[in-house]
Design a protein around this ligand. Structure first.
Ligand SMILES: NC(=O)c1ccc[n+]([C@@H]2O[C@H](COP(=O)([O-])OP(=O)(O)OC[C@H]3O[C@@H](n4cnc5c(N)ncnc54)[C@H](O)[C@@H]3O)[C@@H](O)[C@H]2O)c1
Length: 97
């Protein structure tokens, strides 16, 4: 199958990609590589073998997203594993609400 993973260079995304690639799937990944250690994670995923198409870009960039999904129209499902760990911020808010 052909999967799309956003946040592919992160902790969850890279481990999911690694597993899918090792099982012979095709993976389309996007990530802005904004977090420390993400380039190393992409190198690790590439060494898993299988068919990986990595696209560096930001999910807030509509043009980038449209081009990616036009190019990989037949990909599904899509896993969304990007974002920032905002626990400290949430904790702060919980105490103020
Ligand atoms: N790791 C956990 O135990 C855990 C638990 C619960 C929820 N989550 C949530 O799951 C998601 C992924 O967690 P993780 O540990 O893999 O985080 P992570 O920081 O390791 O990975 C997030 C990835 O998203 C990328 N990214 C961030 N903003 C982006 C943007 N605007 N465009 C493109 N790429 C962007 C980063 O470069 C990074 O590679 C987060 O939203 C996190 O809050 C994680």
């Amino acid at each position: 199958m052909k999967y799309v993973i956003s946040g592919i260079a992160g902790f969850i995304g890279s481990n999911l990609a690694d597993r899918l690639l090792r099982h012979g799937n095709t993976v389309i990944g996007l990530d802005n590589l904004g977090r420390k250690g993400t380039k190393e994670n992409i190198k690790r995923i590439r060494s898993a073998g299988g068919e990986l198409s990595f696209h560096q870009g930001d999910i807030r960039d509509n043009r980038f997203l449209c081009e990616l999904f036009t190019q990989h129209r037949n990909a599904e499902p899509c896993f969304n594993w990007l974002g920032r760990l905002l626990l400290p911020l949430h904790m702060e808010r919980w105490t103020t609400f």
